[in-house]
Every structure is written in structure tokens, then in C-alpha cells.
Write a new protein. Structure first.
Length: 93
């Protein structure tokens, strides 16, 4: 499966930084959400932001989808809220 590529703004306001994903993973990839941790379902993905690769998840919130960015990845990619970044995503195997 080819990775999806897009640009997005780094957002804050939750426990982790995130970027809005401009598509519904169920429609785009034909994969159903799965349990990620207690009380949260989503789509595990392999991601790359500004050339930094990491494992994460796309989670739904308010009828939108967000890629979660952990603090270590944010530091490695030198991200700050409001930055516009290049994102590459594909479902985890």
C-alpha cells in the first residue's frame, strides 16, 4: 500500500501534539479501528514527519481524524505548535 502524503499544521491542546489527517482511514484504507488502549480506538500507523519516522495512531475526535505525535518525536523533528509539516502515513502491518 502506498503511503499517503500531505501537509498539516502541528496542533496542541491535548495530552500530545497532533496533526489533522485529511481523510477517513476506514474509507481510504478499508481497515477498521482497533483498540489502542483502554477507552480509545484508532488506527495504528507508521508515520514520517519532516523526515523523522515513528509509530503512532490516527484517532477520531469530533468527526475528524488526528495523528498523535509523542514528545520524543516532536523533539527529534524539532516541531512547535503552528509549524506546517510534511506528513507521510501508512497503516501498520
Amino acid at each position: 500500500m502506498r503511503p499517503k502524503k500531505f501537509q498539516a499544521e502541528v496542533l496542541t491542546g491535548h495530552k500530545e501534539n497532533a496533526v489533522e489527517v485529511p481523510f477517513d482511514p476506514v474509507r481510504e484504507w478499508k481497515i477498521e479501528p482497533q483498540p489502542l488502549w483502554r477507552g480509545r480506538r484508532g488506527h495504528p500507523v507508521m508515520a514520517k514527519i519532516n523526515g523523522v519516522s515513528f509509530e503512532s495512531a490516527i484517532v477520531p475526535r469530533q468527526k475528524r481524524f488526528y495523528l498523535l505525535i509523542d514528545a520524543d518525536t516532536g523533539r527529534a523533528a524539532k516541531l512547535a505548535a503552528g509549524d506546517v509539516v510534511r506528513v507521510e502515513l501508512k497503516p501498520s502491518a
